[in-house]
Design a protein around this ligand. Sequence first.
Ligand code: PLP
Length: 385
Amino acid sequence: MNTKVYLDNAATTPVEEEVIQVMVDALRLNYGNPSSTHSRGQEAKSLIEGVRRQVADYLRVQPNEIIFTSCGTESNNLIIKSCVTHLGVERFISSPMEHKCVAEAVRDAKVRKGCEVVYLRPNKDGDLSLEQIEEALKSSDKKTLVSLMHANNEIGNLLDIEKVGELCKKYGAYFHSDTVQTVGHLDLDFSKINIDFASCSAHKFHGPKGIGFAFIRKSTKLKPIILGGAQERELRAGTENVAGIVGLGKALEMCMDNLSDYAGHMQKIKSYTIEKLKAAIPGIKFNGQSENSEKSLYTVLSALLPFKNPLIGLQLDMKGIAISQGSACSSGAAKPSMVMMMILDDEALESCTPLRISFSHHTTTEDIDYFVQALQDICKENQER
Ligand code: PLP
């Protein structure tokens, strides 16, 4: 069955045609090694530096604070590992709702490096209270890294990173936020936020896979984890992915040039989906802050279907709809995700099915109508069984 409707944009987004075009041009023409001193190399180098300036302008930071990496996972690992190895971090404040790449890097710091980890407890809506964060910050003098994601990839809950940054400043802690789901979708002004580290992945905003960046505040003096040449201000060795960087730049430019249109469109599509689902599936609920446009990222809607069906993703796929139950990296897992375990009670975990619907500016109301009809048909089949 060919995919007719794509509703898995939190896992990855389709690459824009314009992005493919600039990447093909870069692959064909700008093949020089950016570290080579001849013109061919320097052309490639200047393309990279152009994108670095563009990203820095978007975040209102210095270009030398942007380090290109291979993905969000690498950026988060670089930050967390280097904080322990080079900055003397011996304590983490994090949450069980983090993406696996942060959760595993923090767990590794605990198991192999003996770091203390304070896991904050989200409430039933998936939110972390500022009081809880402050309590954890004030309870130790150890050098601490607070690592909390900006938008949750499964339920879309947004964290007030401005307020968390203020708390980190007050208590002298480093602040890292995994911004993989928000770069390209929100206007991020790091000149106004006390944030030391952030991460990005181009494939979440219509760029290519295999390219991302880490924002590393210069004053932190972070050191590299991958050793070798002097690329990326000596913070990430390895010949740069020139075409990927150019693609990231084009994708970011397109998202920023159209930010309010795209955001407005997705907000409308999300509200439309909520209304349609409520009308079609009695008893449906929405997880976390999914329904609250102020507290949830507009790209993600996490539904809770009032019946148990672990095969729902497969059945929708057979009807031509690409969608995930939760995070794509955990979608093969038989047990509920950590996020669902934190916010749902035992009864809901036993008898309901989470479904993550995630949008892009390409999503249409026709896509949603098709999806809701297919889901309704599956629900009926479910009841008849
Ligand atoms: N962090 C979050 C919140 C994500 O959603 C993802 C991707 O699913 C990642 C990190 C990992 O990014 P990448 O796929 O670029 O490694």
